[in-house]
Design a binder for this molecule. Structure first.
Ligand code: SAH
Length: 227
């Protein structure tokens, strides 16, 4: 786990106080996990967005991060982290869709180790730079396609996918320990929910796979191949 220093406290709209207000809003929106709320209070979100957008970093909105991708809104980051943690401890987590590395930094506060995969090379470089600036050390970033088998020996207690899948990437489930969970935005195919993405938890329970759906969300698509 990584402790983030106080030297990233900005002034005015990027200060610790602004972040504390964001955390209060997350509480009002229903985030209950205190460890997640502490991590959201500790990680300076404005470091991860373009300088011109820094004053908007603590609003509850997604923001552009380049290459046509977005950093998720704080509520969604907190909610997905809460769901993957499920009140337990995380030793190792796999994240698919590093983007600018913000969700990665939150996970790094709560897990022993984070392994994160991003398909766009320029974003891999951006995330590396951001995480280095914050001295987050327990993260490994790979330029790869996380929609399929990673071709590695891996055992994790949580998988968090931050791009919308049209079906569960079952190739990744083999990395999950029994009792572990995968959290992802999943596009629905049923008639009345067509096109809607729902946060979905796939739990690898001792008796088999269990699936549960939560909030409606809007994510960029999980795409195959490298860019
Ligand atoms: N968690 C990120 C959100 C990034 S948006 C953040 O905090 O900034 C989703 C990301 O998923 C994009 O960067 C996109 O390039 C990436 N992505 C989409 N398909 C992917 C795939 N198959 N493998 C790895 N990354 C993927």
């Amino acid at each position: 786990m990584t402790a983030i220093g106080e030297n990233f406290n900005g002034i005015g709209m990027t200060s610790t106080r602004t972040r504390a207000r964001m955390v209060e809003r997350l509480r009002e929106q229903g985030i209950r996990d205190e460890a997640v709320l502490s991590a959201m209070a500790a990680v300076p979100r404005h470091i991860f967005v373009e300088e011109a957008l820094a004053i908007r970093a603590y609003e509850d909105n997604p923001l552009p991060i380049g290459a046509g991708q977005t950093i998720s809104q704080p509520y969604v980051v907190a909610r997905m982290t809460e769901l993957v943690r499920s009140g337990g401890t995380l030793s190792k987590v796999l994240e698919i869709g590093t983007g600018c590395g913000y969700q990665t930094a939150i996970l790094a506060q709560l897990a022993g180790e984070v392994y994160t995969v991003e398909r766009i090379g320029s974003l891999v470089a951006k995330a590396r730079k951001n995480l280095r600036a914050l001295k987050v050390g327990n993260v490994r970033i790979k330029h790869g396609d996380g929609s399929t088998d990673l071709g590695e020996d891996l055992e994790v207690d949580g998988i968090l996918i931050t791009a919308a899948a049209t079906q569960v990437p079952t190739a990744l489930l083999r990395y999950l320990k029994v009792g572990g969970r995968m959290v992802l935005p999943l596009a629905r195919h049923d008639e009345e929910l067509k096109g809607v993405q729902l946060l979905t938890v796939i739990e690898k329970a001792p008796g088999g796979i269990r699936e549960q759906t939560y909030d409606a969300v809007r994510f960029v698509p999980l795409l195959p191949g490298l860019a």
